[in-house]
Design a protein. Sequence first.
Length: 170
Amino acid sequence: MEGVKVSIDRIVVDFTNVYWTFFNPLRQRLCEYYNAAYYVEDKGFKYRVRVREGKHWAYLSYRLLYARPSRKNTLRLECPPESLIHFMSWISKIGSNATDILHVRSEVAFDIPLPLSELFALSLTGRNMKKRKGTFYSNKRHQRQVAGYCIVYDKRMELLQRRGVRSKAN
């Protein structure tokens, strides 16, 4: 099909065995320099930092709640590829303070120049596609590791509703 564009929207990477004595000062510097938001959560990862600078953003999450308390924990980074490059100065420091760097997932976007009504989405695993509020879902979030997870939606409409942004194709 002509006009289909493929891009990576988000990369998620885990840095293993990162010391609290490294993470906490990094978090403080990010909060001061970028005015980053800092959260202490009660599910998933305990500590979260949201960094934004213009169109670039990154989420840092530290210490899984179900993990045994330790001085070394997993630090997860989520960001688009262009933000990975933009924030490379401090992201590279995380890598040098981790035992290992593991790719968790990538979110791939297919920009298909057709209305949703003209698309036919099919799950090869035999699971049914569910439709909710104009969005099609294949599998559930907890099945990501097994059979993948697919969402089919109108990105242009989502940007318009969320931010009032019109894409270039409009």
